[in-house]
Design a binder for this molecule. Structure first.
Ligand code: GLA
Length: 732
């Protein structure tokens, strides 16, 4: 059992293959957090977090133990930190009681160890029968407000998940003004935070900063996790790198507003909190009602980022993504967006499918523009009725024509949005989020539907079902092309408007659950103006995400590299597109575009009817090569070898995938900068067996695994812009 209760020490210890997490019920009944780090032999680790020096101006709880003058909520390492009762650090929970007072002092009531992983009502979460669950119930020492702390332990992946369910057993409503899931008090030390910021077409750029005494945060108030920040951070030793040092990966299984914040406090200790962003949030919990906080997923690694990433990759692939596609070979697809934008008809699409099929493409995706009067982005969202003039027949007939070309057929939707110029808006203007007497903000000429309302979600569900039932559809791209403003739902009273953001997410998740379970044979890909909602929440419903609207292979190096810290290659939608590239006008070799897209789902996004014969032959070769390496790439251990964020250190970006037994590896190296009189560059391989012998691309030289890992091999240099190579390393 991965969870052990020690009745003498009153500790609960969670153990995974390489890590350990411990909490202890102290003499006041406070659930103290005593340890999260490398696996060790059991001991009561409380001595490492004891309050022995008084934290200045830190009050004591009324029942603080005799003599323990340093005992204060402001100094204790706690599993659940609450505002209002003398903890002046970052806190997770803010409870406004029925009498208007603000605060709660959670004390231990009971705990339960259960086989299998808990699930969360209405919210995405990791799952698994072979995981274990610990539920610890705490109760405010004054009011009948309960906090059920859920812990999921996935031994094999070193993954620990957490959630909190707040239950109100008082006889009046309470308001949660903050309902963040995670409090993580780290041991004394100095830490960095690695996080992934960006913007549209430039998602998940890696940055690193020290955690000092001022608070640092990554956050979204956009109603979506967003391109600008990702709900995933790594807190690590100051000298941690890919293979060295302590690293705690912390990700939210949530796609809406979030906050991950860290600070060093007056006792020089670091606290991290993570959960729903408390800004413009408050949630009423009625008597006997409950509120469930979104899940937080954590992996600790004692040897740097690579180990942490591989644990997340496996856990996300196997225990977060669901459905028949999660580990299946995904079809190579072509999407017509960059090939045609809105300017197409059925004949054009069929001609593209005809050419693509000859190269080995298996699925044709019809993107935006197939419904209502949608010939541009100013109208028709909300009217999910096929435009039979443009499709030159019914949707079913078009699907049939594509199928006749030997390809599956897929389709684009943007179910959460509505155009002012749409029949749906004309009939139901109140379906869009808008504040009373204030004209709502438009973004990409559209509004956001009020998904906190069941009738609105039902309307969209019925429209989607009608379309999906009408034709042979094998794939859906689910887009969301603006962020939420004008937060106001006509269906809720004034004092409940702070619930709308979260209720929107619950409505969205409910719709996704219904649709994806009704159509288990459809492959769903999530998208939000590219990678604006690339998070663990969406991956529970859809196993792949369009990583970025930026399809330039060189920009993609940074985007895919940053994304890989948390998310596996199998989740990253990656397509070969045309040059000059539509986002940045860069010209790159077709081979480099292919090599970069291999480390994703690989597909095409261009007008294949305009390609030369030479280009078509190259694409056909790439599809064969991608399939040859598919298993290795998608299921191998993934290593970042040379960062694209450090041009002063190297002109290359390189990453690698290696079979877990070390018998085969594939390294992809792309040169993203040029210089004259170039110096030789070597790359060190990872994950091989030191004593075994290997060849690279079947060449004559035989290397030992230890040589390839300690010396590396020289990267070949092709004398043109943006060259790239694959190095296939096999046993000699
Ligand atoms: C978003 C997506 C694109 C494309 C367009 C269509 O920007 O990220 O891939 O689907 O919408 O409008």
């Amino acid at each position: 059992m991965a969870i052990v209760f020690n009745s003498v020490d009153k500790t609960y210890t969670l153990t995974t293959k390489n890590t350990m997490y411990q909490m202890k019920v102290d003499e006041c009944g406070v659930l103290e957090h005593t340890y999260y780090g490398a696996k060790m032999d059991y001991m009561d680790m409380h001595y490492g977090v004891e309050c022995v020096y008084g934290a200045s101006f830190s009050p004591n709880p009324a029942d603080y133990p005799d003599e323990k003058w340093a005992y204060s909520y402001n100094a204790l390492h706690q599993e659940l930190s609450c505002a209002g009762i003398g903890d002046f650090r970052l806190t997770a929970m803010g409870v406004r009681n029925g009498d208007g007072s603000f605060g709660a002092e959670p004390r231990f009531v009971s705990a339960n160890i259960e086989k299998g992983k808990y699930s969360l009502s209405g919210l995405p979460s990791f799952y698994g029968d072979d995981a274990d669950t610990l539920v610890v119930t705490l109760k405010d020492n004054t009011n009948d407000v309960y906090f059920h702390l859920y812990y999921g332990v996935f031994e094999e992946y070193d993954l620990i998940t957490r959630s909190v369910v707040v239950e109100n057993k008082t006889n009046c409503s309470i308001k949660l003004e903050k309902a963040m899931t995670l409090t993580l008090d780290l041991p004394t030390g100095s830490y960095d935070m690695v996080y992934f910021h960006g913007r549209h077409t430039r998602e998940r750029m890696l940055e690193r900063t020290s955690i000092k005494h001022s608070r640092i945060s990554v956050a979204s108030m956009r109603g979506a996790s967003s391109h600008m920040e990702n709900p995933f951070v790594v807190v690590c030793d100051k000298n941690a790198n890919e293979e060295y040092g302590s690293a705690w990966g912390i990700g939210l299984v949530y796609s809406g507003n979030f906050l991950i914040s860290a600070e060093k406090n007056l006792q020089e200790k670091t606290r991290v909190v993570a959960g729903i962003n408390p800004e413009n949030f408050n949630f009423e919990v009625e008597p006997n009602g409950k509120f469930t906080c979104p899940e937080v997923a954590m992996v600790y690694s004692d040897s740097g980022f690579a180990k942490m990433s591989n644990s997340f990759h496996k856990a996300i692939r196997n225990n977060l993504c669901r459905g028949k596609f999660k580990n299946a070979m995904r079809p190579v697809l072509i999407n017509n967006w960059e090939g045609t934008y809105f300017d197409f008809n059925a004949d054009k699409l069929v001609a593209m499918a005809h050419e693509a099929q000859k190269m080995g493409v298996e699925l044709f995706v019809m993107d935006d523009g197939w419904f209502g009067k949608r010939d541009n982005d100013r109208c028709a969202l909300g009217d999910w009725t096929p435009n039979e003039k443009k499709l030159q027949g019914t949707l079913s007939e078009l699907a049939q024509r594509i199928n006749n070309e030997g390809m599956k057929f897929g389709i684009w939707f943007e179910p959460e949005c509505i155009s002012e110029d749409s029949d749906l808006y004309r009939a139901h203007p109140d379906y869009a989020l808008a504040m009373p007497n204030r004209a709502p903000q438009v973004s990409r000429n559209q509004y956001v539907l009020d998904f906190s309302r069941k009738d609105v979600v039902d309307n969209i569900y019925n429209q989607l079902v009608k379309v999906l039932d009408s034709a042979n559809i094998s794939y859906v791209k689910w887009d969301f092309n603006r962020h939420i403003t004008d937060l106001y739902s006509v269906a809720l009273p004034a004092d409940k408007q702070g619930e709308v953001y979260h209720r929107y997410m619950l409505g969205l998740y409910d719709l996704l659950e219904k649709i994806t379970s009704k159509y288990p044979d459809i492959l769903f890909e999530s998208c939000s103006g590219g990678g604006g909602r690339f998070d663990m929440g969406m991956l529970y419903y859809m196993p792949q995400v369009w990583t970025s609207d930026n399809s330039d292979a060189i920009d993609r190096l940074k985007i895919q590299y940053g994304t890989s810290f948390a998310y596996p290659v199998s989740t990253m939608g990656a397509h070969v597109s045309v040059c000059p590239n539509h986002q940045n006008a860069r010209v790159t070799p077709l081979k480099t575009r292919g090599n970069v897209a291999y480390f994703g789902t690989y597909g095409l996004e261009l007008d294949v009817t305009k390609m030369t014969d030479e280009e078509k032959t190259e694409i056909a070769r790439q599809i064969k090569e991608f399939k040859k390496y598919y298993e290795l790439i998608q299921r191998g251990d993934y290593y970042r070898l040379i960062s694209p964020f450090t041009p002063d250190e190297s002109l290359y970006c390189a990453w690698e995938t290696v079979k877990p037994d070390g018998s085969e590896a594939l390294v992809c190296a792309v040169r993203y900068e040029t210089d004259a009189c170039t110096a030789p560059e070597y790359v060190k391989v990872k994950g091989l067996c030191p004593e075994k012998k290997y060849r690279i691309n079947g060449g004559d030289r035989v290397y030992t695994g230890s040589a390839l890992m300690n010396i590396g091999f020289m990267l070949e240099y092709d004398f043109f812009s943006y060259p790239s190579r694959l190095y296939h390393i096999t046993l000699a």
